[in-house]
Design a protein around this ligand. Structure first.
Ligand SMILES: [Ca+2]
Ligand SMILES: [Zn+2]
Length: 194
């Protein structure tokens, strides 16, 4: 990945994302009427402008040493009783950073079976596998009536319909989804000409 992408131009990054989406989208168990491919691409648009910021990790300070979710290294802590602490011991801040085109939190990928290096989640082909697993487990295997908005809600803020939402994120994602599918309304200027 790094040999291929070390000084990558955006075009080759986007190609790699497109390949990963084409490969993994069929495994996303979306209901009829939802395009798995457009959904994966729309999330990528929201997270890293379609891959433009694919290489930048996002540090989640709430999960860091001293953050509200970090239980610390105090006495009595045993390996296995706190995943965040254990993974942060091994990987440092990389454990609680979000990686790759879909900004996947390493701990979440780990919980879904990923055992590689956090940095390697920048590889779209590797990352997309876990994006699909997470969305299936969090949403599509639980709700037969799941919508694109639910998927954006679940990806960005915990679960779908859990009372935690980010309306701006959802609106941007829905817009990207429609644009990708080619179903967005024509721009006002085009209408004005007709
Ligand atoms: Ca939510
Ligand atoms: Zn940190």
């Amino acid at each position: 990945m790094n040999e291929q992408f070390g000084l990558a131009d955006l075009r080759s990054v986007r190609l790699a994302i497109a390949e990963a989406v084409a490969h993994w989208a069929p495994m996303l168990r979306v209901p009829a009427g939802v395009s798995a491919m457009a959904l994966l691409r729309a999330i990528c648009e929201n997270e890293t402008s379609g891959g433009a910021r694919w290489a930048a990790p996002l540090h989640e300070s709430g999960y860091c040493y001293g953050g509200p979710y970090y239980k610390g290294d105090g006495p009595g802590g045993r390996p296995g009783d706190d995943l965040l602490r254990d993974l942060t011991r091994v990987w440092g801040c990389s454990a609680h950073e979000s990686w790759g085109p879909w900004q996947l939190l390493f701990i979440t990928a780990y919980e879904h079976g990923y055992r590689g290096d956090p940095v390697a989640l920048r590889d779209p082909m590797r990352s997309a596998e876990y994006v699909v697993k997470i969305l299936n487990r969090r949403l599509f295997d639980r709700r037969a009536d799941a919508t694109v908005r639910d998927a954006l809600d679940a990806w960005n803020t915990g679960q779908a319909r859990d009372g935690r939402t980010n309306p701006a994120y959802e609106a941007e994602g829905l817009e990207a989804y429609a644009r990708i599918l080619g179903t967005d309304p024509p721009p006002a200027s085009a209408e004005a000409r007709t």
